[in-house]
Design a protein around this ligand. Sequence first.
Ligand code: ADP
Length: 242
Amino acid sequence: MQADAIVASGLHKSYTTGRVVTPVLRDLSLVLSTGELCLIVGPSGCGKSTLLALLSGLLRPDRGSVRACGSELGRLDVAALDRFRLQHTGFVFQGFNLFPALTALEQVAVPLGYLGLRRDAAYARAAAALDEVGLAARRGARPAELSGGEKQRVAIARALAKQPRLVFADEPTSALDAANGQIVIDLLHRAARRHDTCVVCVSHDPRLIGHADRVLRMEDGRLLSDERRAASPAVPTPETPA
Ligand code: ADP
């Protein structure tokens, strides 16, 4: 059953460099649901990453509010915001952000320790998450031994293993070829449905549009359109090119 995962109201955000104030978001409001992948598309510089940072509590708006998983983020102090992100959010980045020295299994298991999981529980959960992204056989590989597509799948497993209510993906397919980009977006899409997660993905890549449940188009710090889509079915298994 879909429920409101994020309610953002009247967001304004500017960056100030010296005396120059650059308005980036202008009175932006939206409601995002659990159980679906919402893709936010728009040209480079239109404010997508800034919006993601506000929705995930990494940045505070100049005006407006974000309510996520029942918490009013503006009312949380820094420590409470850190706890909120630890408990409720997973992140997937363009550059994968993996530790060179760790195996795929360790990349996923080690952060679970911060959630208070015991070592054996963390490793069992990490193994299940790698299985979900089709990398069970690669659990002992380090980043240097993995292709770009495999690295991003490890990063997705790391985000999903926390069992977060919210997953934020910032240009997760930009460093990948078309086939791997499709695998990655389909994994995120499937995870949203399977775990009733709210997945918010920003991208300037229009090829991802067909793989989302909902597409928000941004331009110049504003939402231009909000479209629900019948997304194409997810690929049957991620055991395809990596
Ligand atoms: P997008 O993700 O759509 O490419 P961003 O949210 O990254 O857009 O950036 C929107 C605008 O804000 C751009 O003009 C960018 O140069 C500017 N910007 C982003 N981050 C900062 C910052 N920390 N300081 C100053 N300007 C910034």
